[in-house]
Ligand binder design. Structure first.
Ligand code: NAP
Length: 302
């Protein structure tokens, strides 16, 4: 290597199966940019050193994935508004010597719906989950003007905490906690437009775990209606149990591949000001996933 390409990467631990290097390096090559995106397995003990090294090494940008999305925050100079609201960062940009933290997960989710011709403004949504991804999606749904947001989570206290913090940030939004119970879903779903699974259930639809193998692990399938848009942010080549159940009920479905692509697209645009070659990236991802010797889910966003 005689020249010095601009460096980008991803911080995670572990980082083995990340699809981000494929996506970002494809996009750099597409635009003819002399840039290289590398996976960095950063042990949690070293996250402070790793973030500080970005400036020292002039690494222009990184994505951040599990388990570092919150722990990087104290070492950044600035947070974008959505990262502040979400309380987590998945993209860092070194700009004029300043480290700026963004979160592109929520906007990535909404853009993946828009790509399928679906809008969230004015919609009544049931969000399953209260973890990091659910939080990013919930904030973006509120920013995008959902009419009603129900949050249901296995651990109810986490759903209550998420709803409370959303109500503080969006005092005019209509946000409620729903029990993760068949009865509650059956009563409520006829009045809703959209269901979003942001739990990790569905990652291994054929595995032996009792909860994961049920046709619809979180919802009674029959409560899904043809009028619903059902989204699962977990991606699986054979569709997750929830999406298969929704399809059987005649509902429209959106899987997690679009969110993965669009969160990467947003990061790429923040770093380079250029647009992601969306269909090229999708084709590359599908090709890479098809080549995996043991087909399985995409374990995490990046
Ligand atoms: P997280 O913070 O660990 O949250 C996990 C969520 O799943 C929690 O709400 C948890 O409920 C729930 N959960 C786990 N096992 C469950 C079970 N057996 N039954 C019911 N609920 C269960 O994880 P995350 O970062 O939010 O990620 C969630 C999923 O989204 C992961 O599978 C990840 O790969 C995927 N994801 C995809 C994208 C994408 O781009 N497509 C982006 C981000 C994440 P409790 O609170 O009760 O534990």
């Amino acid at each position: 290597m005689t020249r010095s390409p601009e460096l980008y990467g991803i911080f995670g631990y572990p980082i083995g199966h990340s699809l981000s290097p494929l996506m970002q390096n494809t996009a750099f090559a597409h635009h003819g940019l002399d840039a290289l995106y590398l996976p960095f397995a950063v042990h949690p003990e070293h996250i402070e050193t790793a973030v500080k090294a970005l400036r020292a090494l002039a690494i222009r940008g990184v994505n951040v994935t599990i388990p570092h999305k919150q722990t990087v925050m104290p070492w950044l100079d600035e947070l974008a508004p959505e990262a502040r609201l979400i309380g987590a960062v998945n993209t860092i940009h070194l700009q004029d010597g300043h480290l700026i933290g963004y979160n592109t997960d929520g906007i990535g989710f909404v853009r993946s719906l828009a790509e399928e011709g679906a809008q969230v403004t004015g919609q009544r949504v049931l969000l399953l989950g209260a973890g990091g991804a659910a939080r990013a999606i919930a904030v973006q749904l509120c920013l995008s003007g959902v009419q009603q947001l129900y949050v249901a989570n296995r651990t109810r206290a986490r759903a209550e905490e998420l709803a409370m913090s959303l109500m503080q940030s969006f005092p005019h939004a209509n946000i409620r906690v729903m029990a993760m119970e068949e009865q509650a879903f059956t009563a409520c779903l006829p009045d809703l437009d959209m269901v979003v699974n942001a739990t990790s259930v569905g990652m291994q639809p054929h595995a032996g775990d009792g909860e994961a193998v049920r046709a619809s692990p979180l919802l009674p399938s029959t409560s899904l209606l043809p009028r619903h848009l059902v989204c699962d942010i977990v991606y699986h080549p054979q569709a997750t149990p929830l999406l298969r159940a929704a399809q059987r009920q005649g509902a429209r479905t959106v899987d997690g591949l679009g969110m993965l692509i669009h969160q990467g697209a947003e990061a790429f645009e923040i770093w380079t000001g250029r647009s992601f070659p969306l269909s090229l990236i999708r084709a590359k991802l599908l090709e890479a996933l098809a080549k995996r010797t043991t087909p399985g889910s995409v374990p995490e966003q990046a």
